[in-house]
Design a protein around this ligand. Structure first.
Ligand code: ADE
Ligand code: ZN
Length: 335
């Protein structure tokens, strides 16, 4: 039997700006003269009360990252922390719109993040990739601008394109062109759907964006036919249980559909979304889901395997990661 901490982990869904440690945000805010008193309390906790105020707090916290070096510090800190929890792979959502609002070009933003990921890898062997996101509530023109920027400035670590932001605004049809461009350019694609929207939102994302991965997707559980479709079409869900509970999508882990979806044959992965905002980490997600639903080490390993198989990285990297996962299985305690 393998102890949970030794189970190698992989993450597909974490917003790098939403992973910013409050201490780092405060120190950069002081350095750059940004007022963050409205979003960080005296105990170093983010202040927000619902999805709308969360998105606003996230925007303010993002605004303290002004240079490539700031972003490099952030990605290095995040990937080191992931590795310390036993992760061997992480994909982060990066938001060119937030970088631009802070005065950074797309290229310098991505290069800053990439150098932090590389530094963390040198020390810990963790592998990382970036998924550039368009923000849904900024509208289709803004999302198309992001995809053009990504395609026009290729970077080996930016391997995916996604849609985040407020699912309650804008129909997926508005973003079909951006997703078609991303797919034609060879980027992996994923979209947030089925977090605040119900089954119709998930169906529309599948139809119009042609994604094989969904951010959250959990509210598909409200439609039996849709659950069957997800299973039949091998759609992978980037499930973020702690985020869903913090944002009030579900009241308690035992009411979260992750276990039911998995039992119905849907491919699920576990993710932290915006960890310090929701008081979580990838390790806590593996631990709390496992404790609630009685998942053993074998179940957790299957979750990691699903994530690696669905990762937006090249075949050789996937093979290496799967070898690491299998060798941890054979030699528990050495991963
Ligand atoms: N951006 C950052 N976190 C998000 C979430 N949970 N849903 C949609 N957009 C986001
Ligand atoms: Zn998300």
């Amino acid at each position: 039997m393998i102890e949970p901490i030794t189970v190698p982990k992989a993450e597909l869904h974490c917003h790098i700006e939403g992973a910013a440690p409050p201490t780092l945000v405060r120190s950069l805010a002081e350095q750059h003269g940004v007022d963050v008193s409205g979003v960080l309390d005296g105990n170093g906790k983010y202040i927000w009360s619902d999805f709308t105020t969360f998105l606003k707090a996230y925007d303010v916290a993002s605004s303290v990252f002004k240079t490539p070096a700031d972003y490099s510090l952030l990605s290095e800190a995040y990937f080191r922390m992931l590795a310390a929890e036993g992760a061997i792979y992480g994909e982060i959502f990066v938001s060119p719109d937030h970088a631009q609002a802070a005065g950074l070009s797309y290229r310098s933003y991505v290069e800053g993040l990439a150098s932090g990921i590389e530094r963390a890898k040198l020390d810990t062997a963790i592998e990382g990739r970036m998924i550039a996101i368009g923000v849904r509530h900024f509208g289709s023109a803004s999302v198309e601008r992001v995809v053009k920027e990504v395609i026009g400035n290729p970077h080996p670590m930016v391997t995916g394109f996604g849609l985040a932001g407020d699912e309650r605004s804008g129909h997926p049809a508005n973003f079909a062109k951006a997703f078609r461009m991303a797919s034609e350019a060879g980027l992996g694609t994923t979209a947030h759907a089925g977090e605040f929207g119900g089954p119709d939102s998930v169906i529309a994302a599948l139809e119009f964006l042609r994604v094989k991965r969904l951010g959250h997707g959990v509210r598909a559980i409200e439609d039996k036919e849709l659950v069957k479709r997800l299973a039949d079409e091998d759609i992978v869900l980037e499930v973020c249980p702690g985020s869903n509970i913090s944002l009030g999508v579900y009241t308690h882990m035992r009411f979260h559909p992750v276990n039911m979806l998995r039992r119905e044959g849907v491919k699920v992965t576990l993710n932290s979304d915006d960890p310090p905002f929701f008081g979580t980490t990838l390790g806590k997600e593996y631990a709390s889901v496992s404790e609630t639903f009685g998942w053993k080490a074998e179940d957790q390993i299957e979750i990691t395997r699903t994530a690696i198989e669905a990762a937006f990285c090249d075949k050789a990297t996937k093979t290496r990661l799967l070898v690491r996962l299998d060798s941890a299985l054979q030699n528990p305690g050495t991963s």
